[in-house]
Design a protein around this ligand. Structure first.
Ligand code: IDP
Ligand code: MG
Length: 140
């Protein structure tokens, strides 16, 4: 299995409750290494661009408002099969469906305020990493 990278966001519901460390601990315990990390306040333009794939979905506007409602922590994670490894520890989008021990089961407040984002493919991981990080900011 190859060592790959994925992109993660600790969302405003989690930073608001001071869960940056708790979430990161679960990521690390799942075998992922934080090779880049910064706390930012996303602009509306950044959020709309990031979630452009969901533009036609009914929750798009609310989602962009939520993602700009407070600080987020954007991270690059590295590990074996990082995209899947991260999705596994995140849990299902809706916390009601998330497996025991996953970040969303433990911490998500709702299907929208679900504490973390994780890329869904290697191709999207590369696009999302480049959206928030310069190559020199990533130190493996
Ligand atoms: P994912 O984050 O598990 O990959 P996506 O379907 O890509 O889920 O949706 C992106 C984000 O949009 C979710 O993490 C969640 O914050 C929000 N979202 C998804 N579905 C709904 C919904 O039905 N209502 C409100 N927000 C939603
Ligand atoms: Mg997604």
């Amino acid at each position: 299995m190859a060592v790959t990278r994925t992109f993660s966001i600790i969302k405003p519901d989690a930073t608001r409750r001071n869960l940056t460390g708790a979430v990161t601990k679960l990521l690390e315990e799942a075998g992922l290494r934080v090779v880049a990390s910064k706390r930012i306040r996303m602009t509306r333009d950044q959020a709309e661009g990031f979630y452009a794939v969901h533009k036609e979905r009914p929750f798009y506007n609310d989602l962009c408002s939520f993602m700009t409602s407070g600080p987020v922590v954007v991270q690059v994670l590295e590990g074996e099969d990082a995209v899947k490894r991260n999705r596994d520890v995140m849990g299902a989008t809706n916390p009601a469906d998330a497996a025991e021990g996953t970040i969303r089961k433990l911490y998500a407040e709702s299907i929208e305020a679900n504490s973390v984002h994780g890329s869904d493919s290697d191709d999207n991981a590369a696009i999302e990493i480049a959206y928030f990080f310069q190559p020199g900011e990533i130190v493996g």
